[in-house]
Design a protein around this ligand. Sequence first.
Ligand code: HPA
Ligand code: ZN
Length: 342
Amino acid sequence: MTVPAKNKPMNIKHLPKVELHLHLDCGLSYEVVSRLNPAVTREIYQEEFVAPAKCLNLADFLTRAVKGYKLMQTAEALTLVIEDMFRQLAASNLVYAEVRFAPLQHLDGGLTSFEVVDIANKAFERCIHQFKIEARLILCTLRHYSTDQSMETVKLVEQFRGTNVVGFDIAADEAGFPIDPHIAAFKYARENGIFITAHAGEARGAESVWETLEHLRPTRIGHGVRSIEDPLLVNYLIAQNIHLEICPSCNVQINLYNSFTDHPINELYRAGVSLNVNTDAPAIVDTTLNREYQLLVDNFGWTATDFYTCNVNAVKAAFISAELKEKLLQKLGEQFSLPNAL
Ligand code: HPA
Ligand code: ZN
């Protein structure tokens, strides 16, 4: 496989990309929102669906997510939002994406949780072929959910085994709610061979990452950036090959860091932690994966080689078969070598 030459100028838009941390309900474009609710003007969208450049904290940031999922309560709405998401993936030249959402947030219109996942899975199947982008779904439980709600969510992942539904996650307010009620669902996931990731080390520090690794035992951590506060933890992540799904602008926006330059992604990467670059919530953060890459070039001088390395690590950490990993690695190798990408 050809590895790209160092320090060449690059065309970010054409770089092939892999995204592992992307919330479906936090990525509605203005076009899809106005189609679902024509009363929403651009000004209202900006005010209600996009967060200010600086939020007080994660909980403040998450108040914007409510607007998105409230609009996604029917089969038609869910399908339109998924098509909208794939259009955005195509615009950043994604070759593989894992998209997550909490199915139990979509029951207000009378759908059952099974129907919600079935609709999303079928829409993914259609879009994967239409857009020629490989993509899979991760189902999230939420920190404020009960043990029963977490169990219902993990059992949905099991029921959809062999489809585009491939993993289980815990999201929402890390600082406001403990992980204890969810330990049983993650145990169930492990016992049933379900891939696991978990949000941690974002609204709380390294101790939260340790706690999550000990009790939920994920192979990946959503964010995990505050691992940098504990060198022993950084060494542990490297030794155990725990992959960090890093979402730089999102972390700056929830006020973890003053500016992009203060973000520890470069330090974690140079230390040898397996990580990749993600948007988390493109609508709320008002970003794209192309923009995140550009910010990494501007702030840390990242080269095509650095993006290649991160994307290879993302494929290796993806919740897919060895065959598909091999196919994607080959695609990355080929596209990173194209003259218009470098
Ligand atoms: N953290 C936790 N839950 C979330 C986030 C996040 O950054 N974004 C959307 N849901
Ligand atoms: Zn997230």
